[in-house]
Design a protein. Structure first.
Length: 59
């Protein structure tokens, strides 16, 4: 008797991606947009755009 092969996380992900391809692309696109927006806002409002002297004086 052979045991049934346990589904891996990759197998489940591939099955879900085959079932919902459009939703997967929307989720991936939204994730990228949120990451880029977060990076932009952090760099813009964190003071990284300031002069080096201003940044060094904070330490």
């Amino acid at each position: 008797m052979a045991r049934a092969k346990k589904k891996t996380l990759r197998d489940r992900y591939d099955a879900w991606l085959d079932a919902y391809p459009t939703l997967a692309y929307v989720i991936i696109g939204a994730s990228v947009a949120v990451a880029l927006t977060t990076i932009f806002l952090f760099v813009t409002f964190s003071g990284f755009g300031s002069s080096a002297e201003f940044i060094y004086n904070q330490f």
